[in-house]
Write a protein that binds this ligand. Structure first.
Ligand code: GDP
Ligand code: IMO
Ligand code: MG
Length: 431
């Protein structure tokens, strides 16, 4: 196996949790490399049904180390809750490690996320990002602005609380003077925060020696991304993005793996498109077909419960994602959701309008402000109108389904390694 980066190729929720859980059986180390508890990665296996937020989806392999990597942001209160759920299912957690260099999501980051979204919404509906309100943006903003607090700092409690007090005072100034929101009280804030910090403290360690050992001994590894390429802070639908880099390049920085040591990059691709939150999504369908995709696919957020926006597959965005992250192969999920459609559309180009009103046809993704006005150009393929959920190998799939998959491969120039035809681990065709 060697080192595989597994990441979302679209707007998130592609089924990364399922794919990582499936592949992790072979790995000795699984590293989440960015994001925080904004993620909701669903895993359904012999231990039960889980919505993972920050713990790598490889935790269900008792032989593998699970590392919450340096590039992540960690909310101790929600991580503790997640750990309790996993522990209740009798999943061993003795190999869970939190990088001491990962940053903390503090209660004031959550308050700031809410205040910022409220402020944006008050300006106009167009300014709202539609974040998960988990404090992710403010936590990464503090990291980059050099105000952040690293997880390892918890281990020196006196120094930690000194830093927390200084940072809280600064955050309170912003809450009060910029957003006209109530300030947070230190003692009230620490009532739930301190026990959570103390509970996760034994899991915090320097991840570097483990990573070096893994690389020196050529361990099989999975680098698990959060969200997807179209929500990447540099390449996604800015400003409607998350505050980190889901692209494969983000895996190097976030996990601490040199670029040439990543052997395979696997893009996880849903057989259609979904997005939760605001921002451009060229193939969004607000009609009956969109509703059908949402109902059949159960497209509601794991973290926030919000209904996901749905539409046909966007091969322009996918090719862009495949090129940016250098996909070696792709894993297609939720093919079964298309089982009942008579016809299936695929977006193969955009008609883009320039600021001066001129138009051009593009087979690549323009910057976000242009993407907002892009019209999708579709081709139509026949559906297969039969069930794929029991397929065990490619030959078991109906001819039209195989042709649909071939068209995706051809257009984005990347081979399919895995096809998922149901949420359970065994509903997977591995090529
Ligand atoms: P992630 O964030 O990328 O891990 O994806 P989510 O877990 O947020 O969303 C994927 C949803 O689709 C979850 O409810 C999964 O259980 C489900 N799922 C994953 N693969 C398949 C599949 O092949 N078919 C169906 N029907 N559901 C799937
Ligand atoms: P997984 O890992 C889908 C979206 C939010 C919003 C934008 C920024 O399960 O694919 P943030 O809270 O990160 O500041 O929100 O990103 N978003 C997700 N959408 N799946 C997720 O995670 C998401 N995490 C954040 O809706 O548009
Ligand atoms: Mg998700």
């Amino acid at each position: 196996m060697s080192v595989w980066a597994v990441l979302g190729a679209q707007w998130g929720d592609e089924g990364k949790g399922k794919v990582v859980d499936f592949l992790a059986g072979r790995a000795k180390l699984v590293i989440r490399y960015q994001g925080g508890d904004n993620a909701g990665h669903t895993v359904i296996n012999e231990f039960g049904n889980f919505g993972m937020h920050l713990i790598p989806s490889g935790i269900f392999n008792p032989k593998a180390y699970s590392l919450i990597g340096t590039g992540t942001v960690v909310n101790p209160v929600s991580l503790l809750k997640e750990m309790e759920q996993v522990r209740d299912a009798k999943v061993p957690m003795d190999k869970l490690i939190i990088s001491n260099r990962a940053h903390l999501v503090m209660p004031y980051h959550v308050a700031l996320d809410k205040a910022e979204e409220k402020y944006r919404a008050a300006i106009s509906g167009k300014e709202k990002i539609g974040t998960t309100l988990r404090g992710i943006g403010p936590a990464y903003a503090d990291k980059i602005a050099r105000w952040g607090i690293q997880c390892g700092e918890i281990l020196d409690w006196n120094q930690f609380t000194r830093r927390v007090k200084i940072n809280l005072e600064r955050a309170n100034r912003i809450l009060n003077h910029v957003y006209d929101e109530p300030e947070l009280d230190y003692d009230e804030m620490m009532a739930a925060f301190e026990p959570a910090c103390r509970a996760i403290a034994p899991f915090i360690a320097d991840s570097y020696p483990l990573i070096r050992k893994a690389l020196d001994e050529n361990w099989d590894m999975i680098l698990e991304g959060q969200l997807g390429v179209m929500r990447d802070v540099d390449w996604g639908t800015y400003p409607f993005v998350t505050s980190s880099n889901p692209i494969a390049g983000g895996a190097c920085a976030g996990a601490g793996i040199p670029p040439q040591r990543i052997d395979q990059v696997i893009g996880v691709v849903k057989a259609y498109s979904t997005s939760v939150g605001e921002g451009p999504m060229p193939t969004e369908l607000t009609d009956e077909t969109g509703k059908m995709l949402r109902d059949l696919g159960g497209e509601y957020g794991v973290t926030t419960g919000r209904a996901r926006r749905c539409g046909w597959i966007d091969l322009v965005a996918l090719k862009f994602a495949a090129q940016l992250s250098g996909f070696s192969s792709i894993a297609i999920t939720k093919l079964d959701v298309l089982d009942s459609f008579k016809e299936i559309k695929l977006c193969v180009a955009y008609d883009v309008t320039n600021p001066d009103g001129t138009k051009y046809r593009s087979d690549s993704v323009p910057a976000s402000y242009l993407l907002a006005k892009a019209e999708p150009v579709y081709i139509t393929m026949p559906g297969w109108q039969s069930s794929t959920t029991d397929a065990k190998k490619m030959e078991d799939l109906p001819r039209e389904a195989r042709e649909y998959l071939r068209k995706i491969e051809e257009t984005i120039g990347t081979k399919i390694k895995l096809v998922s035809v149901g949420a359970r681990r065994e509903q997977t065709i591995f090529i």
